[in-house]
Design a protein around this ligand. Structure first.
Ligand code: ZN
Length: 173
């Protein structure tokens, strides 16, 4: 058994891309973020009441990273020549580092620096492409896909199966 604090293990630091993907809505763990990241995402008006509630319930906690951690991240960014990072990026990297949190991001540059700084990483890995999954019905014999209302394959007469399919943006109707 690993002797560790479960609260620490399940703490996630979210950057803006993590919020845009709705990680805070799915996560049952405490999400932390920096004030700069929160400013960046709080303009999403339709989500703001949800954000507000999550902050009130302390499911999302907003911190300002300490100067030492910020300097550490800034130095690492300089050394690697990573010029694509915003102040918000730097702040969430610093916060993840100082809190020993798992950084949740979909940003390539942030991922790179997190690896260099030995920050635990949960890369959402969609490279900016919004990913959606949905249940689809299909025939196991011929592979034909069907709308949810169908139960029998029109070609083979087999009972349809369902699966959870990853959709690309062009496939979403
Ligand atoms: Zn069929």
């Amino acid at each position: 058994m690993k002797n560790s604090d479960s609260r620490t293990d399940s703490k996630f630091a979210l950057d803006a891309t993590a919020f845009y993907q709705g990680f805070h809505l799915k996560s049952k763990s405490t999400c932390i973020t920096s004030d700069l990241v929160f400013d960046e995402i709080s303009h999403i008006q339709r989500n703001f009441s949800i954000l507000d509630t999550l902050v009130s319930n302390r499911r999302i906690m907003i911190f300002e990273p300490d100067i030492m951690s910020l300097r550490l991240v800034q130095d690492a960014a300089k050394q690697t020549g990573e010029g694509r990072l915003t102040d918000a990026d730097i702040s969430i990297l610093a916060l993840a580092k100082s809190n020993d949190a798992t950084l949740v991001t979909d940003d390539f540059a942030v991922c790179n620096l997190a690896k260099i700084l030995s920050i635990k990483l949960l890369n959402l890995g969609t490279k900016g492409i919004k990913e959606t999954r949905k249940w689809v019905k299909f025939c196991k014999s011929c592979g034909r896909g069907y709308a949810p209302k169908h139960t029998i394959c029109a070609i083979c007469g087999n009972k349809l199966s369902i699966r959870y399919k990853k959709m690309t943006k062009s496939e979403i109707t």
